[in-house]
Design a protein around this ligand. Sequence first.
Ligand SMILES: NC(=O)C1=CN([C@@H]2O[C@H](COP(=O)(O)OP(=O)(O)OC[C@H]3O[C@@H](n4cnc5c(N)ncnc54)[C@H](O)[C@@H]3O)[C@@H](O)[C@H]2O)[C@H](O)CC1
Ligand SMILES: [K+]
Length: 376
Amino acid sequence: MLPLLRKAKRMSCLLSQTLLPSSAANSVCNFKPTHSLIAPHHLLLPRLLGLRPKIGFLGSVRGMATKMDSIQQNPEAISYLNQKEAAEIDEILMGPLGFSVDQLMELAGLSVAAAIAEVYRPSEYSRVLTICGPGNNGGDGLVAARHLYHFGYKPFICYPKRTAKPLYDGLVTQLESLSVPFLSLEDLPKDLSDSFDILVDAIFGFSFHGSPRPPFDDLIQRLVSLKINGDTHQKSSAIISIDIPSGWHVEEGDLSGEGIKPDMLVSLTAPKLCAKRFSGSHHFLGGRFVPPSIRNKFKLQLPAYPGTSMCIRIGKPPKIDISSLRENYISPALLEEEVVADPFDQFQKWFDDAMAAGLKEPNAMALSTTGKDGKP
Ligand SMILES: NC(=O)C1=CN([C@@H]2O[C@H](COP(=O)(O)OP(=O)(O)OC[C@H]3O[C@@H](n4cnc5c(N)ncnc54)[C@H](O)[C@@H]3O)[C@@H](O)[C@H]2O)[C@H](O)CC1
Ligand SMILES: [K+]
């Protein structure tokens, strides 16, 4: 036991010298422990409590941070665009400013996928059906589906009116090469909420006008009825609308009051006027490509995106039930017979666990010592 403890002490000095200020390191090294355990602190604490750290989907940690940090924008402080302004911005971006539609669509679709991943974990909401319309909104949906695939979701596509242009052919080929299933209208299951956890509405964007024509009228109706007939005891699929809830008037919103009621809206570039009527839980902004010249010309007030994020929550986040954030760790205790004889090997094992979990600062650690009586 003694050589093991000496080794542990030697290692604690080594670690302390790298991690602590010298005075603190000296006091650790001069301290004579009778028992000592060293581990990355996020591993040691739960283990000492007889628990094993849970290695979960990192998006949940990130999502939680975003929930906490999210800027609770005053909706009135953000600019809303009318249909003409939205189309004009598009034209300027793709005209004098030199962007291509492919570029903007890629960024728009990536923002949508990022916003979805902020709120809906793939462990709970894996099956995603994206319903794509005939224009660029549909293209955003195809791009988002590809990114969701890479984020760990299982995407499906319904794209009943394909646009015969190389850009769209390419997006379809990219998804087919990932074996993402394309479902025809006939293939769609009767009850969408039985088969899909998320339904992405990529049917119409800011160029929509009039009343939806077939086959989109029916598809929109299926999304509407999902929320009307939703069994309150069963988890209903989440509906995510890209840029505009399809069928809504771009400026006036849900004129009949009987349109889609999405759970999440991802506005692109800047929210359109109809977004003022959005009453779902999650309103995000994406399309982080608006240059100052456009901001100035249209006097746009837009929130600053945090760090490298592709999306930002706008509007108030839903109230968080703190008890639902609690995780139960059900794992065996740290048993003496399971501990490796050499503390360096044991440390390496814990360190490898921390590295594999992708934890931030896996080299941060805590040193605990106890007396012979087992007291700290
Ligand atoms: N700058 C940006 O923010 C970018 C946004 N993007 C996305 O593009 C859409 C706007 O795309 P656009 O192709 O102009 O229009 P739509 O997708 O809305 O679809 C037009 C399409 O729909 C047909 N249509 C219109 N009304 C009806 C109707 N009543 N019934 C049936 N069909 C209808 C019309 O004929 C066209 O075929 C924007 O919202 C963003 O989502 C870009 O991806 C990137 C830049
Ligand atoms: K839409």
